[in-house]
Ligand binder design. Structure first.
Ligand code: G6P
Length: 368
């Protein structure tokens, strides 16, 4: 590889730290940073305003980027979204809308299931859009329109910077769709764009929580199970956090929509069970806090990831916190990716695992 680890012990650490830069670069490719106007770097070939449905499909971390985007497309563009992992989508014989857009997300652009899903969507007469990091890949070649992420080569098997760049592109696409469909006014579009413009700086701030996370990782490295909870886009981030932890530290982790806790997983809570609560200050914050209090009442060990100003208001004694910068809530998932990545990374390092090449996993899964 031409890429080296530089001052970092692992590619994963380097790639986590590159995020302010690569997200900024990706953003500048989609958004005029001076005027705040979205400028998609491709010709759409379909009319956002006429789409009936968006179908998203991907694998692994790219799937979780899609899950975040589902909330964004529905909220900002009022576009109904279907989402499925590609290994299910390709075989489930989904009937597809007459004027539908199928969106595939892939770092490598070579994931076999995602590519097969793309071919199915094409047979079903869908417009095909791909968000890919490798512009020469099969998925890019077979799509009508390619929306590139500019993350640069990603070497660590567990995806980090490609994920935040995917989210960045998806946010821009959702705003563009919202404007084209009249679901967002020009002023609302600009307000969202200005929140996005703040993201690279917020990512740099979020990286400052690394020492604290390293401390917490020592505790996490001693347990056998971890639960991640969140609501809305933070539910998707809980899933991504749990995936990161299991991939590289081999600790069992599970994510739940916070409101679903009472339907099962709360039975698991005792003093040995860390519960990572992803709670940016958004419209669902109070709801998530009340779920967190239910966990605390049963002796669960809470790690709350939230604004530095709000962790004090959580009303829970003995709270472990990872403090994020205060931010407007819409694109919090991009920033909150950092603490979940760092927590998995440092836990794996404490355990002495092979962070960049975890057992049984491959960077690019080109076989079914
Ligand atoms: C593998 C990698 C994951 C990645 C997934 C999808 O499982 O280990 O990090 O998220 O494939 O890969 P893609 O290249 O399609 O994004």
């Amino acid at each position: 590889f031409l890429v080296d680890r530089g001052e970092y012990r692992h590619f994963m650490a380097k790639e986590i730290h590159e995020q302010p830069e690569v997200v900024g670069r990706t953003l500048a490719h989609y958004l005029d940073m001076a005027t705040g106007q979205i400028r998609l770097p491709f010709e759409a070939k379909f009319d956002w305003a006429k789409l009936e449905r968006l179908t998203i499909s991907a694998c692994g971390t790219a799937y979780y980027a899609g899950l975040v985007a589902k909330y964004w497309f529905e909220r900002y563009a009022r576009l109904p979204v279907d989402i499925d992992v590609a290994s299910e989508f390709r075989y489930r014989e989904a009937p597809m809308a007459r004027n539908g857009l199928a969106l595939f997300i892939s770092q490598s652009g070579e994931t076999a299931d995602t590519l097969a899903g793309l071919r199915y969507a094409r047979e079903q007469g869908q417009h095909v859009l791909a968000v890919v990091n490798v512009p020469t890949s099969s998925i890019a070649r077979e799509s009508d329109v390619v929306a590139p992420t500019l993350a640069g080569p990603e070497i660590g098997v567990a995806s980090t910077k490609a994920f935040t760049c995917q989210l960045t592109v998806l946010a821009c696409l959702a705003i563009a769709a919202g404007l084209a469909r009249g679901a967002l006014s020009a002023a609302e579009g600009e307000a969202l764009a200005s929140e996005l413009i703040a993201v690279p700086g917020l990512l740099a701030e979020a990286l400052k929580s690394e020492d604290r996370i390293q401390e917490l990782a020592r505790d996490i490295s001693r347990v056998s199970d971890v639960l991640y909870i969140g609501r809305g886009t933070s539910f998707a981030m809980a899933l991504e956090g749990a995936l990161k932890l299991k991939e590289i530290s081999y600790i069992h982790a599970e994510a739940y929509a916070a409101g679903e806790l009472k339907h099962g997983p709360i039975a698991l809570i005792d003093e040995t069970m860390p519960v990572i609560v992803i709670a940016p200050r958004d419209g669902l914050f109070e709801k998530t806090v009340s779920n967190m209090q239910e966990v605390a009442a049963r002796g669960g060990r809470i790690v709350m990831i939230s604004d530095r100003e709000t962790v004090g208001e959580a009303g829970v004694d003995d709270l472990r916190a990872i403090e994020m910068p205060r931010m407007a809530p819409n694109f919090a998932p991009i920033v909150y990716a950092v603490p979940v990545q760092l927590l998995a990374y440092h836990t794996a390092v404490v355990l002495g695992q092979d962070v960049d090449q975890p057992r049984n996993l491959a960077k690019s899964v080109t076989v079914e």
